[in-house]
Design a protein around this ligand. Structure first.
Ligand code: HEM
Length: 389
């Protein structure tokens, strides 16, 4: 039987549906075809949590290191696109500032200051679109701080980021990338060179340059930018949306801010900001019921794995007291586990707590209904809210 014949549900699954509202379809796939060939994707989609873990743990069989990987085509090889010893060599020099203690000491004050600055600008207005006016600018400011590039501001970093993202998206869609992407990347590389040359700069890029070449540092700096902006904006926006849609759960959190971490994990579980991660099979292999061929694209649905009822009873329910919510896989698993998961958690915790404390009677704006969407990066396009000014 052909692959398509053995995966009728996968054959009937469209990327438009997965992008709009994927949960019912992912649940059906998980039961009937947990590793399913999706012709529209041109690859396998893995929706069961145990199988998702098997793929992400086994980088020898399921690698990121493949010429089809679009980010690497714009910014060159980095930790995100390498495996094995080379991956370790690229990742190791960047790990120290992202350990839990170092994150707290190095970033808490900056996040608090930036959160307060943004909220002070909003407070009197009584209404705002929080994705663009709060979550996005905060994410950019924190990544800018993390990179510590000499002579750059948040606005500069955002400009590069937007342009490079457009290039990566063009390549993903099969088009030629516009030259602006390469030009923006050249400017980022020049800023990395200037930072590394300034031995007094308090930047993790300086110490990374002891172990990596300058072009390698630049590629990884770009990946930190990618990792830190889109996904963190999504993490903050999705968590706010979940809380505002569930006033009973929000009341629990307001009564005991110790439950805020549970709310954040639950939101990551239900709508991971990065919904999928891609791998490429290095050999023929069996995965659950499927026979994977060497070279096949294997896409892990973190969203699917995160609602696996074998691990999360009543998986569609947003429950800030769920005991095992931290088993969610929004930050992936295995060698590519998100480098900055602690930072993203701290950032979201401070942002949400300050927002809930400073904007009284915060609620969704009924004139602007919204919901998360997106195939790879999932979040609401806008998050309009009101409060008592
Ligand atoms: C300050 C914020 C963040 C930074 C600087 C950051 C940075 C990174 C970096 C450098 C990697 C590559 C690690 C490697 O390949 O060895 C990575 C991986 C990853 N990050 Fe983050 N990240 C951030 C926030 C987030 C958030 C909020 C999410 C999801 C909600 C997320 C999800 C992921 C995932 C799923 C991967 C794995 C990609 C893969 O396996 O292919 N990250 N991150």
């Amino acid at each position: 039987m052909s692959v398509v014949g053995s995966c009728p549900l996968g054959a009937a699954t469209t990327l438009a549906e997965l992008s709009r509202d994927p949960h019912a379809r992912l649940a059906l796939l998980r039961v009937r075809e947990p590793v399913s060939w999706l012709p529209e994707l041109g690859g396998w989609l893995v929706t069961r949590r145990d199988l998702a873990l098997s793929v992400m743990r086994d980088a020898e069989t399921f690698t990121v290191d493949d010429p089809r990987f679009s980010t690497a085509r714009v910014v060159g090889p980095s930790m995100l696109s390498l495996d094995g010893d080379t991956h370790t060599r690229h990742r190791e020099p960047f790990t120290a500032p992202f350990r839990p203690r170092a994150v707290h000491d190095g970033f808490a004050a900056v996040i608090e200051r930036e959160t307060d600055r943004l909220l002070t600008g909003l407070e009197a207005t009584g209404a705002a679109e929080l994705r663009r006016a709060f979550a996005g600018p905060l994410a950019v400011a924190v990544v800018t701080e993390a990179l510590g590039l000499v002579g750059t501001t948040s606005d500069t970093v955002l400009g590069w980021y937007d342009t490079i993202v457009r290039s990566v998206s063009d390549i993903t869609a099969g088009h030629e990338a516009a030259p602006a992407g390469a030009a923006a990347y050249d400017r980022l590389r020049a800023a990395v060179e200037a930072t590394v040359a300034d031995r007094d700069a308090a930047s993790l890029l300086v110490s990374a340059a002891d172990r990596l070449t300058v072009p390698e540092v630049a590629s990884n700096a770009a990946v930190l930018m990618f990792g830190g902006i889109e996904t963190t904006e999504a993490m903050i926006t999705n968590a706010l949306l979940h809380l505002l849609r569930h006033p009973d759960q929000l009341a629990l959190v307001r009564a005991d801010f110790g439950l805020l971490d549970g709310a954040i994990e639950e939101s990551l579980r239900l709508e991971p900001g990065a919904a999928v991660v891609d791998r490429y099979a290095t050999r023929d292999t069996a995965l659950g019921p499927a026979t994977i061929r060497r070279g096949d694209l294997v896409t892990v649905s973190l969203t699917g794995a995160n609602r696996d009822p074998d691990v999360f009873p009543d998986p569609d329910v947003f429950d800030v007291r769920r005991a095992n919510a931290r088993l969610q896989l929004a930050f992936a698993h295995g060698p590519h586990y998100c480098l900055a998961a602690h930072l993203a958690r701290l950032e979201t915790r401070i942002a949400l707590r300050r927002l809930l404390e400073r904007l009284p009677a915060l609620r969704l704006d009924p004139d602007h209904p919204t919901a998360p969407s997106g195939l790879v990066f999932r979040k609401p396009t806008t998050l309009h809210v009101r409060w008592a000014a």
